[in-house]
Design a binder for this molecule. Sequence first.
Ligand code: PLP
Length: 422
Amino acid sequence: MDGQVGHRFSQFTPKGMTKVRSMVWQPNVLRDFRPSPGLERLTPDLAQAVRSYHETWPDYGVTPLWELAGLAERWGLSQVAVKDESFRWGLRAFKGLGATYAIGRYLARRRGHPTTFDFPSLKTLVAAPPLTFVTATDGNHGVGVAWAARRLGHSARILMPEGTALARIGAVQAVGGQVDVTGTDYDGTVAQAAAEARHHGWILMQDTSWPGYDEIPGWIMQGYLTLIDEAIKLQGARPTHVFLQAGVGSFAAAVTGYLAQCGGAEPPAVVIVEPTSATTFLKSAARADDRLYPADGPLDTIMAGLACGVANPAAWDILKHWASGFIASDDVVAARGMRIYAAGLDGDCRITAGESGAVTLGVLSLLMEDPDYGAIREALGLHADSRVLLINTEGMTDPAMYRRILWDGYLPYCSASSRDLG
Ligand SMILES: Cc1ncc(COP(=O)(O)O)c(C=O)c1O
C-alpha cells in the first residue's frame, strides 16, 4: 500500500524526532471467560479434524516454531516462541489454511458429503463449467482463495482495494486469481465482492461475517485452527502469553477460541494488536458496552493485512469474553518488529516477517524495553516465568516496502521518554 503509507510519521525526521507514544493499551473489562456459542466450533478436537484434512493436501507441511532464546534472555522471559507462517505452502502467509478448508467444505456439501472430505476426493468433483469463487482481500486471503480454487479445478475473482501494492496484486495473479482493483478501501471492497457474487451467481468466500452471512466465514476461521494446533503441540509447555494481530479478527478469534479450550489451569493471556488507524476491537473494548464499533477515518497503515474498518462480529463475540486486552500500534512498531526478526539476536534464527506479521514482536519489544510501557508489561504479568507465543502471519509479501524499511531505515522508532533503549 505504498501510496497510502504513514503520513503521520513524516514528523520523524532525523533533525528532531517528535516524541509521541506509539502504542495504546486498553485492558478488557468485559473479559469473563464466558463460553460464547462460537467456541463450540473452535475446539481442539475440531482442530485435529481440520488438520487431518489439511494433511491430505499436496505439499502440506507443519510450519516451523522457532525458539528465540537470545531475545528471551535479553528480555528476562522464560521463552519467546514464533510460529512462522511465512512458510505455509510457499504462499508466504497463513491465509491459505482458511481458504482450503472453506472451499473444501463448500464443495463437499454441494456434492452431498458434508463432513468427510479430503483433497483427492474433492479433486474428482469436477464442475463444468468450473465454479467461480469471489472475495475481497488486501492480499493474503486473496492468494489463498485463488490458489485453493485453482488446485481444485475452479476459478477465482479477487477484488482488491485501491492503492494495493503491485506485489500483492502480482501474488494473486501468480496463483491464477483474476484481480479487479476497486476504487474504494477494504470495507467498500468487501461490499462490492458481495454484490458481484449476488449479481453473477459466484460463491462469496469472505473471511468476515455479517448478519445472514456467517457459514463460510465460520469455516474459514476453523481452517486457521491447524496453525495453532501445530504450534501448541510443538511448543510443549503451554504459552502464558499470546500476542495476536487483528484485521477483521477472524484469525485472532479462532486462535483465542482454541486456546480457551485446550486445557491447563488457566488460558493464556491473549493480547490483540491492531494498527492505530484501524482499531475496532480496542475502541469497542474502551466503550465496553458490548457493541462492536467500526474504525474511524482512512485505514492508513503499512499493515495491509490489518487495515480493516469493519470487524467480524463473530470474532468480537469471542474476543470480548476471552482477550486480556487490546493494543493499538503505530507503523513504527511493526517496522521495528520486522528489523528485530531480520537481525536474529545472539544466535537466534533470522526470520523474514512482513508488516502485519512482525507487529506483535515490535509490540513485545517495546513492552520489554521501553520504560514508557513498563506499566502495561506489569499489567500483563510478563516476567521470568512467562512463555510468549507470537505468530509471524506473513513473510515478505511486499518486497519494495520490506527493503524500504530494512535497507533504508524507513519508520525508525523513537522512545517517547527520549531515553535510550540500551
Ligand atoms: C498477514 C496477516 N496477518 C493477520 C491478518 C489478520 O487476520 P484477520 O483479518 O482474520 O483478523 C491478516 C489478514 O489478512 C493478514 O494478512
